[in-house]
Design a protein around this ligand. Structure first.
Ligand code: HEM
Length: 319
């Protein structure tokens, strides 16, 4: 019986099983099939195999109509540089934290009322009466801090590994905007329970923004949405927290991921340099140069104008 994980690999990419693996007999096929017929699976066994194939068939059905497997295999089966380690999982961890925030946020929004008179009682209702309400609220509240910490750690990783350098500057800039928006999410979300702590903390936060040069006073006026923090401030923070920033974050994380897949990841700085130069050569032909999926023409990492820019010795392992 083939393994389920093997079955999930699209048929054209599956490895030919060796004798003794995935149902292929170890011994050569009998010459005389009449007197020595091969063992056949019983009805139950055949049913089991068909049941295992069913999800694969369903995926294949969709794929024939969407032609998505080329894109997906290019994205999921890409090569990563030698020396890739646990620090490279921080970006995916931040992505996971973002997804958790989005999912738990949707459920909280089903019960939360963004009104100065009802916000606090709706949060109490979520915590005390709604099924798993306190759990989901807790996940969202703690998840916010987790996401901010993970995004900072991930930024530290890309900085200390020099991953912000050419040709990934744009991804760094996108990352900086993502970082600001992540902190905006944490700041605007803090006011939503509208209790004493969130009320006074938001006044402090708005006043700190007001001390910024040139735009500071305008920014704090915009955030306060009135002469004093009140109902209009809550509506504004809610709209920023629920619509404006999540939309921008989804678009920017999409662009960030596109660039990660397109350019591949950098090798750790201590990886030995091979024959190829570490620093990028002057660009003569950018478009044709940036090989997709992180593998150059000979599978040796991203290249610009045929020159490898990763600074690793070309050795890679498949993700
Ligand atoms: C929600 C926030 C973010 C998510 C979900 C995210 C996700 C990712 C993922 C999955 C990767 C590839 C794997 C890895 O290197 O960890 C990556 C790479 C990268 N990220 Fe982020 N990221 C976020 C924020 C940031 C921030 C704040 C910065 C910098 C200011 C940044 C800069 C970069 C750069 C430069 C790379 C390329 C790394 C390389 O080539 O080795 N990212 N990001």
């Amino acid at each position: 019986m083939p393994k389920l994980t093997d079955l999930l690999v699209p048929a054209p990419l599956r490895k030919t099983p060796k004798p003794g693996e995935a149902g292929v007999p170890k011994t050569p096929a009998p010459q005389d099939l009449k007197s020595n017929p091969p063992e056949r699976p019983g009805d139950l066994g055949r049913f089991g195999e068909q049941a295992l194939e069913a999800p694969v068939e369903a995926v294949a059905w969709i794929d024939q109509r969407m032609a998505a497997s080329g894109f997906l295999t290019g994205m999921l089966f890409r090569k990563v540089p030698k020396g890739t380690n646990w620090f490279y999982t921080l970006g995916s961890a931040a992505l996971f934290a973002f997804i958790v925030q989005a999912v738990t946020g949707v459920f909280l929004a089903m019960f939360y009322t963004p009104s100065a008179t009802q916000a606090y009682s709706s949060i109490s209702h979520i915590n005390n009466d709604v099924f798993l309400g306190q759990f989901v609220h807790g996940m969202h509240k703690w998840g916010a801090s987790v996401m901010v910490i993970l995004v900072f750690l991930h930024m530290g990783r890309t900085f200390f590994f020099g991953a912000y350098k050419y040709p990934r500057e744009l991804n760094w800039v996108i990352g900086v905007v993502i970082l600001i928006l992540t902190m905006t999410m944490a700041f605007t979300g803090y006011l939503l329970p509208f209790d004493q702590r969130s009320y006074w903390a938001s006044i402090v936060g708005i006043n700190i923004n007001g001390t910024g040069p040139i735009v500071g006073p305008y920014l704090s006026d915009f955030l306060r949405a009135g002469p004093e923090l009140g109902a209009t401030t809550l509506s504004r923070f809610y709209a920023i927290h629920m619509l404006l920033v999540p939309g921008a974050l989804i678009a920017l994380i999409g662009a960030h991921m596109y660039l990660v897949v397109k350019l591949g990841t950098t090798a750790p700085p201590w990886t030995k340099i091979g024959t190829q130069p570490r620093v990028a050569q002057p660009i003569t032909h950018l478009d044709a140069g940036v090989a997709s999926n992180g593998s150059g023409p000979n599978g040796a990492g991203p290249t610009i104008a045929g020159v490898q820019v990763d600074g690793h010795d070309g050795g890679e392992t498949t993700a």
